[in-house]
Design a protein around this ligand. Structure first.
Ligand code: GRG
Length: 276
């Protein structure tokens, strides 16, 4: 079964774990945890946790050993969306077909909820069951690096700096690689860390290639030419070709892994040929 472009079985597993880690009983009374549940449990394709789980599975990791880190990456994604929707950033009133968090709770609460999800993600990584201390440290390092100044936050900074300005292919690519692809890359790297993969570099390359492809498709589906998107420099047909080239390159790299990875191939396919 599908919800958007995802397999419902994997997504149900991720959703159940997200519900458990955000259960009201785990938190002090107040709005932050409830707001966190609103933001996280409101749909979403769960792309990053699926990629993490599918990568770990390539190396024979039991699903439950990778589930907590998979949820941690989704919390970081959710925090970035909450902050991105705030009036000081993109100022979006709607997210996933529902009012954005700052339209439901006061703006300060929305900001704090993003902070809460970000910090909680690292607590979960540090406490992830069935992993060695070295693996937990590597997960914390990878996710903080990829979501920080060299990755997602750095990409958002460039994106903000170029809003409404003339932009070239180099800048667009740098925004895509950092703002979007860095976290997708981290999903592959974290799956590899959990699976003690001997080919982390290759996983990283697959993540970056697919991450950029994901953003190109997002730009095409969004169709907004006011933002710094690929449509500023390519027409839709050329952007499609670009995404398909990246897809072919990602598939080639997935097939070069030391073990078969059919779930990763299928997710890659769904990323490129999605309609929402
Ligand atoms: C504010 C620190 C900070 C970062 C913001 C992620 C981000 C950077 C902004 C969100 C807006 C945006 C267009 C990001 C590009 C990545 C992207 C396409 C996010 C949406 O991801 P999906 O499609 O979302 O996986 P769902 O709703 O399915 O989880």
């Amino acid at each position: 079964m599908q919800r958007g472009f995802i397999t419902l079985e994997l997504v149900s597993l991720i959703d159940s774990k997200l519900e458990a880690i955000l259960d009201a009983s785990l938190f002090p009374k107040g709005d932050i945890a409830a707001a966190g549940r609103y933001a996280v449990l409101s749909g979403g394709k769960r792309l990053r946790p699926q990629l993490l789980l599918a990568t770990a599975e390539v190396y024979g990791v039991p699903m439950e050993n990778a589930l907590t880190p998979a949820c941690a990456i989704e919390l970081i994604h959710a925090y970035s969306l909450i902050h991105d929707d705030l009036p000081c950033m993109d100022d979006d009133d709607m997210r996933r077909g529902k009012p954005s968090l700052h339209k439901v709770y006061p703006e300060g609460h929305a900001l704090l909820t993003g902070d809460f999800l970000l910090t909680y993600a690292f607590q979960l990584l540090a406490e992830s069951p069935n992993l060695s201390a070295d693996q937990r440290i590597a997960l914390v390092r990878t996710l903080s690096f990829r979501s920080g100044a060299h990755g997602m936050i750095g990409g958002q900074e460039i994106d903000l700096a170029y809003a409404g300005k003339k932009i070239d292919k180099e800048i667009i690519e740098s925004i895509h690689k950092k703002k979007t692809a860095a976290l997708i890359k981290a999903a592959f790297e974290c799956g590899g860390i959990i699976g003690n993969s001997p080919e982390l570099e290759l996983l990283s390359e697959i993540g970056e290639t697919l991450g950029v492809a994901f953003q190109i498709v997002d730009d095409i589906l969004d169709g907004d030419t006011d933002q710094p998107t690929i449509l500023k420099i390519l027409d839709v047909d050329k952007a499609h070709i670009y995404a398909q080239d990246l897809f072919s390159s990602a598939i080639e790299k997935i097939r070069a892994l030391s073990r078969p990875a059919p779930k990763l191939e299928s997710l890659a396919h769904k990323i490129i040929f999605r309609v929402s």
